[in-house]
Design a protein around this ligand. Structure first.
Ligand code: HEC
Ligand code: HEC
Length: 114
């Protein structure tokens, strides 16, 4: 009896491991797909104290740089509303396509550029 129970336990542990492994693989593959479909993901950027206005702390790598397109591609930003406020993403896209680099500061602030 005892022996049987131990076998059961190790079987359950084995199954648990397989489930864990499978969800890891799923997570990894979902991640790759996510990037292609939903664009850059920095979470809900509106939730920070300064909202969508950039601060040095939130934007260490890009701070003080005016050439946003060196690192951000218009095709890959503003793809998913993570603020949950019902953003008009098409309107934002239109603004960034028409206004180019000059449009960014309208919503994201100066980014430390004088
Ligand atoms: C040298 C590369 C680089 C440049 C240039 C750059 N960024 Fe970024 N940006 C990043 C990186 C990397 C992140 C991800 C957050 C981080 O690690 O700092 C980011 C994140 C962001 C975010 C999300 C911020 C958040 O709260 O998570 C916004 C908005 C943004 N950038 C806008 C801009 C704008 C507007 C410009 C131009 C004025 C710009 N970026 C220029 C690299 C850059
Ligand atoms: C009309 C306002 C507006 C303009 C103009 C604008 N953005 Fe944004 N941006 C937003 C909002 C709102 C978000 C948060 C998006 C979300 O959560 O879906 C955002 C998010 C981002 C992010 C974070 C990644 C993402 O897609 O959520 C980056 C990077 C970014 N913007 C870069 C830029 C750059 C570069 C420009 C200029 C070409 C620009 N933005 C112009 C409003 C704007």
């Amino acid at each position: 009896m005892k022996h049987e129970r131990q076998n059961m336990k190790s079987e359950i542990r084995k199954q648990g491991f397989i489930v864990l492994l499978a969800s890891c693989i799923l997570l990894l593959s979902a991640c790759g797909e996510d990037n292609a479909v939903t664009g850059e993901d920095h979470g809900n950027i509106a939730a920070s104290e300064s909202g969508i206005i950039l601060t040095q702390g939130e934007h260490e790598i890009g701070w003080g740089k005016a050439a946003c397109f060196d690192c951000h591609n218009t095709e890959n930003i503003h793809q998913t509303d993570r603020t949950g406020t019902g953003l008009n993403l098409e309107a934002i896209e239109e603004l960034t396509k028409d206004g180019g680099l000059d449009s960014c500061a309208t919503c994201h602030g100066t980014n430390g550029v004088e």
